[in-house]
Design a protein around this ligand. Structure first.
Ligand code: GLU
Length: 336
């Protein structure tokens, strides 16, 4: 076996989540968010000593919360923490971030757009708490470590590793509450798989990420407010008007597929756009691209490409740190 000191070094950052959750009952896979506790990153890493066969692990504490409590302020702090860790440890092979699955896809896409490291970053979660019979977290953690130290992961950006699958931060979404195969990449599929013999990569995303984006959040302590207007049969404009009144600078319309809100909601979005709120059209369908059809162009609205509503919100928050011109925002949506 390779001596520890010769193994690649990986920073493991703890934010909490199911992967860090500990319940008194080994069969509790339901009540732990409300009645269990979250372990520290040191505690969770120590439960999987097999990591030491692959890497030297540098545990870095950040948060011990469910990811339902992670938001934009945490994303900014996490970027800063990773940049500081990058500067302090130039010998790191990559990063693994323990994260709850609920908002994991949003944190992943934010990091993919805002981080300035070229080292690979894997977000890893679990569907069963660490205390559960057949907990999936330990093997997911090993898989994430093996992914970021793999030579094929060089400059791959931010990926999500669960259930032996590697998926792109920009594309992956959580689709099931309890199933272990909850993370899916609609239309395109996984980037690679983590098997017993090796990590097998098959493709990479083409959109620029991390050090190759225009976004620089250093020095920011907040992001512009962006809300999501969910479409449903008969939806009116009450929620959109209220979000604008609350100070939204951007609005994501999760329209009825193919990206059309019902009439009263649509009128409220037109009012918002006229008032200077940047409106981005996506679809609640969860897959497929929204093109910038004539109506969107004429209303000065932006087409959300193939991003789901929550990911379009992440990009729009970052876009608004640069511009509030819908044409310029459209170019950012066409690029990232
Ligand atoms: N899977 C959830 C998460 O995103 C669990 C919520 C919780 O533990 O509070 O962290």
């Amino acid at each position: 076996m390779t001596p520890q000191a010769q193994l690649p070094k990986v920073a493991v950052i703890g934010t909490g989540g199911t992967i860090s959750s500990i319940s008194a009952d080994p069969l509790d896979v339901l009540d732990y968010p409300d009645f269990g506790r979250k372990g520290t990153v040191e505690e969770i890493v120590a439960r999987t000593p097999e990591i030491a066969r692959f890497a030297q692990c540098l545990p870095v504490g950040f948060r011990e919360v469910g990811s339902t409590a992670i938001g934009p302020a945490d994303w900014l702090a996490l970027v800063q923490l990773i940049h500081e860790t990058d500067a302090a440890h130039p010998d790191l092979a990559g990063y693994v971030i323990l994260h709850g699955t609920a908002t994991l896809e949003e944190t992943a896409y934010f990091l993919s757009l805002a981080l300035k490291t070229r080292r690979p970053v894997a977000l890893v979660g679990a569907q069963r708490p660490a205390s559960a019979v057949s907990a999936d977290g330990p093997m997911n953690l090993v898989a994430a470590i093996r992914t970021v130290i793999d030579p094929a992961a060089r400059e791959i950006g931010v990926v999500v590793v669960l259930n032996d699958e590697i998926q792109a931060a920009r594309e992956v979404t959580k689709i099931s509450s309890y199933r272990l195969n909850t993370f899916r990449t609609p239309d395109y599929g996984v980037l690679g798989q983590v098997d017993g013999d090796r990590v097998a990569f098959y493709r990479r995303g083409l959109r620029p990420h991390t050090a190759d984006t225009v976004f620089d959040v250093s020095g920011l302590d907040a992001l512009p407010r962006v809300d999501i207007a969910y479409a449903y049969a008969g939806a009116d404009g009450v929620a959109v008007d209220a979000m604008v009144a609350a100070g939204a600078r951007g609005m994501i319309s999760a329209g009825l597929p193919p990206g059309i809100p019902p009439p009263l909601q649509r009128q409220a979005l037109e009012r918002a756009a006229r008032a200077g709120v940047v409106v981005v059209q996506t679809s609640r369908g969860g897959a497929g691209r929204i093109a910038r059809r004539r109506y969107l162009r004429e209303q000065g609205m932006v087409a959300g490409d193939n991003l789901n509503a929550q990911k379009a919100r992440v990009l729009l928050m970052l876009a608004l740190t640069q511009t509030s011109d819908p044409e310029a925002v459209q170019r950012l949506f066409d690029t990232y």
